[in-house]
Each structure stands twice: as C-alpha cells, then as structure tokens.
Design a protein around this ligand. Structure first.
Ligand SMILES: [Zn+2]
Length: 541
C-alpha cells in the first residue's frame, strides 16, 4: 500500500529525503504516526514531511525538518471539515480547533449576499482556522420583506440572526414578484462574491416560502453549479414529513442538475433519507447528507415548529421533557415557554428529539458528513483568547462534536477510517466536485495536498462539553496543523492565524435572471394565456 502511495507523487521527494538527510528538508515533520487517508484508504505507520504549507513526503524513511511533531501512538489524519458551523467568530474557531476542526463553513444560515465580500475581508489574516460562508436565503428575505438591512449586524454573518429574527416577515410572508426577484438577486450577489453555495432555513419559513420560491433559490445556485444546503421544510417533523422535506430539496436539485446538502437529517425517518441520498450518489448525483451525534438539537425559542399546535398537538411532546435552557439549566413549561417567546423570542434553547441510542448509529452511515451545527455562545464576538470557562451556555455540539464522534466510535467499535471519512474527506470530496479548488486539495493525506492535519490519541481524544456545560473544549489533540502551521499543540491553541478563505473566485458579472410571466410562458408553454410564473404562484394554480 505504501509503495503504491509513493508512486503517486512522492517518488522523487522521498528519495531525496532518504539520501540527503539535511535538517531543513522540510518545514515540519510528523513522525511515527498511524497515517490515514480516507480517499485512498492508505493506513500505515509513516512519517509525513511538510514544506510551504503542503504535504510533500509520506515515507517509511526517516525525515527531518525545522520542526517535528512526534506522533508515535497517534492518528495522523486530514484536518476535520464542517459544512454546518454557525459560530463563525474567534471563540468559535478556537473551540473548533480544540476539536480538530481546520475548515468550517455555514451552509444553513449563511451570510447576507451583499455582505459576503466584507465578511471574508474581515477575517483575512486574523483567523486561526479556514472559514467560509454560504449566501443566506433567510437574510435575503429579512432584508426585502422586513427591511432588516443593518450593516452593523449583517456583517457578522450567521450571528446576525439573533437580530433579524426579532421580526417575523422573513418566516411567514409570501413575497410579491418584485420582492421575490430582489431576494433571488441578493442571493446571486453572494455567489458572485464567491460564496461556496447557498444556505436555506426553509424549515423555519414553511408558511412564507412557496415550493416555487425554493425551486427558484436553488436555480440561482444551479447557474453557478454550487450546492444549496437546507434545513429542510418539515424539520422537525415526523418520519414522513421529514423525508418529504428532504425530497423537495433533492427533487429540485435533480431537475436543476445542481448539487445539494440535506442538512442534519438525524431526525425521524433518517434511514430512508440516507437510503435515498445513497441511491442518488450511485447514479452520479452530487447530493449528500449531514448528521451530528446528539439526540438534542438547538434553535431559538420562537421557531414555528416548537409552537404548541406543532410540538404538543402534532408531535405529542411536552416542554417539560424536551426543552432545556442551556444558560439556566432548567426545562421549560408551557407557561415559561409562552412568557419567553413574548419577552425574548430569539433566546437559544436545546430541544431533545431523538433516542440517545441512535447517536452512534448515525456515525456508521456510509457517505455522510459529520457536521456539528455549532451555535454561538456569549460573548458571540469576543476575542480568540477569551477565557473559555467564562463562555456562556450553548449546545454541547459546539465544542464537542468531533470529540464525541471519536468517543462514540471507540465505545461502539466503529472503524476509524469511517470516522475519518465522515469528519473530513466526504465533505471535501463533494464540495471539490462543485469546482471548489480549496476542497479539492484538502481532506486527504496525500503528497501535493494542503497540510491541514490532525494528530490525536485514538484512546484519549474526547469531548468534554455537556448539556449543562456546553462550551468545555475537547481534549486529547496532540497537534492541529492549519495550512502547514502548527496551531494547536498538546491541547493548547497558539497565537497563530493561518486560516484561509473557503471561497470561489469573485466574478465580474452577476448571473441573475429575473423571473417573469412572459419568460415562463415562452419557455414552458405554447402560449396558453393563463399560465403563470408569478412569485408566489397565483391562487388556484
Ligand atoms: Zn438547522
């Protein structure tokens, strides 16, 4: 296996290393670890040589470099990648690094289209891990339906939802044709600025977003060949409605020839959702699904699916059993729920929804990605070196998703290569297939790839965050390397800022094309007078 590997690319370099032995052959050498590559399934003890931010040698021969990480007894694997990480702020990146996270994006809430370029610029040179933000469907609606267009909060990306969600038009209002076109154009602006895809919270906008609107949003992404990720229409729902929501996203993607991500499908009906996604992958479609290994989710208390008519009447739940306040540690009652929705509608809550024994089962699913859905914690915009023991309450997945994945894998005998695939390679593979060069050269331990690498103890690496204390960092990480730079050493985050933007090249011209009735009729009918492409659909159509 190693031989085949060396043939691929390191033939000359590793030969050079063996014969020369100069101390400065490499900037950094990781020695004696169990090197795992989820793409080639390479799995052997080897030394890894890094130069100018890239892996240039993987060899049984001794390698020497300016800096050395002794990985004896440790796993050496691609840095973890997360397509669903809302805490896009210095404290969030630091908690993520402790958990092995080298690349995070938000493909659900995302960033407002007009602010995508500024969001990336604000992070250049001052960010410890790689960062990316899809363009937001919800923020476009908040801007053009609610008039929420404050540059002072939209610049902050996903965290701005705590402001925009104080109004409700984004959730419940059907736009006019003019508003609809403005929403689509705003999404196009973000893609033009290089956003890696679109994020949609359609499940929070069930009344406001028609099936026509969802299709048109995905069509904006299809013009760029980029993925739309969605918190699908009926999440949280039943085992039937959950799948119907995923089917909407996936059917649109198929009709448009576009990539799609079924976000956090670890909900009722997950076995069928997974089977459907795998079937589509086998037919060559770039569609994939995310899971996170927690029985509880997290959202703001005013989410429509948590209203009594849905949560109690349709889902048969009780607030006393299911809705936890991560700051006070207390469960809600119907009375305290109603009072808090009125007084503090965007207060974060933790919501129990699935049996705990399913957590490990999701980690065994072939081809999924582990994406944390990490949410923010106070102080949302605090400095990177803010004392972590003073960070506010949040869902434990924010700090511990990757540690929990490895721990549950250990407790349930899940193959380590499966865990490395779902934590890194699978996301890189699917995003790379959308043309995102950044991800074509990550998620792999191969020569020529960018050196985003984790070195951890497979027996010790674990989560420490709990529902009571959500922001406690994971431990057991020997080193985390970001773009060739050691950024975490023995569970300590160093003051280095090697993070790079996860982004397409900005384009000179928009690709937006407004919807019009005339254009629809010209394309899809022979001239029947009442056919409509109105946005929303006309009543009765
Ligand atoms: Zn969600």
């Amino acid at each position: 296996m190693l031989k085949r590997y060396l043939m691929v690319g390191t033939f000359i370099l590793s030969g050079l290393a063996a014969s020369s032995g100069f101390a400065q052959d490499y900037d950094l050498v990781i020695t004696g670890g169990r090197v795992m590559d989820p793409e080639t399934l390479f799995d052997d003890i080897a030394n890894v040589g890094i130069k100018d931010g890239r892996i240039v040698a993987i060899s049984k021969d001794a390698l020497t470099g300016a800096e050395t990480v002794d990985a004896t007894g440790h796993i050496v694997a691609p840095g973890f990648i997360d397509t669903h990480f809302h805490f896009q702020a210095p404290i969030g990146y630091r908690l993520g690094l402790r958990d092995g996270l080298t690349s995070s994006m938000d493909f659900e809430m995302g960033c407002a289209g007009s602010y995508v370029a500024a969001w990336y610029e604000a992070r250049a040179g001052v960010t410890q891990a790689n960062y990316g933000c899809a363009v937001s469907h919800e923020f476009a609606r908040a801007m053009f339906i609610d008039g929420s267009d404050g540059g002072d909060y939209l610049i902050n990306g996903p965290i701005a939802a705590y402001e925009t969600r104080k109004k409700t038009g984004w959730s419940v209002t059907r736009p006019t044709l003019e508003q609809g076109n403005a929403i689509l154009e705003e999404i196009d602006r973000g893609l033009q600025a290089g956003a890696p895809g679109i994020g949609s919270t359609v499940g929070y906008m069930r009344d406001g977003v028609s099936s026509r609107e969802m299709f048109e949003v995905q069509k904006v992404g299809a013009r760029y060949g980029r993925a739309t990720g969605a918190h699908t229409r009926y999440t949280l729902g039943t085992d039937t409605t959950e799948n119907n929501g995923a089917q909407e996203l996936v059917a649109n993607a198929l009709a448009l020839g576009a990539p799609a991500i079924v976000l956090h499908f670890n909900n009722p009906g997950w076995r069928l959702a997974h089977q459907m996604i795998i079937g589509l992958q086998e037919q060559g479609h770039n569609i994939w699904g995310e899971i996170y290994p927690y029985a509880a989710g997290s959202t703001t208390i005013n989410a429509s699916f948590l209203e009594p008519k849905s949560w109690i009447d349709e889902m048969g739940k009780r607030y006393e059993d299911t809705m936890l306040d991560p700051v006070t540690g207390e469960y809600y009652t119907l009375e305290t729920y109603k009072a808090t929705v009125a007084s503090e509608p965007t207060r974060p809550i933790v919501i129990f929804k699935m049996p705990a024994e399913d957590q490990a089962k999701w980690l065994t699913l072939k081809g999924v990605t582990m994406a944390s859905d990490a949410v923010g914690a106070e102080p949302y915009l605090g400095p990177w070196d803010f004392p972590l023991d003073q960070v506010g309450g949040t869902h434990p997945r924010t700090a511990g998703s990757r540690g929990a994945t490895i721990r549950l894998g250990r407790e349930n005998n899940i193959p380590m290569m499966q865990l490395m695939s779902i934590l890194s390679y699978n996301a890189a593979k699917h995003l790379g297939d959308t043309g995102l060069k950044f991800m074509q050269e990550r998620g792999r331990i191969q020569t020529g790839m960018v050196a985003d690498i984790v070195v951890f103890d497979p027996e010790l690496f674990t989560d420490n965050s709990t529902y009571e204390k959500g922001a406690i960092p994971s431990t057991g990480m020997k080193a985390v390397i970001v773009n060739g730079v050691v950024t975490v050493s023995d569970d300590k985050v160093l003051p280095v800022f090697a993070g790079q933007p996860i982004r397409f090249e900005p384009e000179d011209k928009p690709r937006f094309e407004p919807i019009s009735e005339a254009a629809w009729n010209a394309e899809f009918s022979t001239g029947m007078p009442d056919v409509t492409a109105a946005f929303p659909e006309k009543v009765g159509n």
